[in-house]
Write a protein that binds this ligand. Structure first.
Ligand code: DQA
Length: 146
């Protein structure tokens, strides 16, 4: 069974209560349950991590190959726009990585338009609410079946 690492960045633990007009009412636990369901249908095993700490995320990505993950699904949240360290970790570990966002980062403030992670990812899915995660996992499934 292939293992996929799912990483939720800072403040995503607050989904459901945080800025509902932007991020909606669905909680992280509900998103994770939907991801688990899709993964089970494709005989994939998920390890899901949420962290508010850049270094934890860097460590988790850095160990992903050693921990035998086949791919990474990541919503780096605010670190998307700031973290060279997370970008470098993705580049260093060189696993297929898909970047997802609930909101459409290109339709928001200027500072959200730039993603440091996008150039080292296979692709970016942004703006479909919780469904972005499912589309992201589907993209990974396709990449792994290639
Ligand atoms: C986000 C978009 C980011 O700009 C923001 O900092 C987040 C969430 C999203 O999923 O839409 O925390 O990654």
């Amino acid at each position: 069974m292939k293992k996929i690492l799912v990483i939720h960045g800072p403040n995503l633990d607050l989904l459901g209560q945080r800025e509902q007009d932007i991020y909606g009412k669905v909680t992280l636990a509900e998103i994770n349950a939907q991801l688990e369901k899709l993964a089970a249908q494709h005989q994939l095993s998920l390890t899901i991590v949420q962290s508010n700490h850049e270094g934890n995320i860097v460590d988790t990505i850095g160990q992903a190959k050693k921990n035998q993950f086949s791919a990474v699904l990541i919503n780096p949240a605010a670190y998307t726009h700031t973290s060279i360290a997370i970008r470098d970790a993705i580049s260093a570990v060189n696993l297929p990585t898909v970047e997802v966002h609930l909101s459409n980062i290109h339709a928001r403030e200027d500072f959200r338009h730039m993603s440091l992670v996008a150039p080292v990812s296979c692709g970016q899915i942004t703006g479909f609410g919780p469904h972005s995660y499912l589309l992201g996992l589907q993209a990974i499934i396709q990449l792994l079946n290639k």
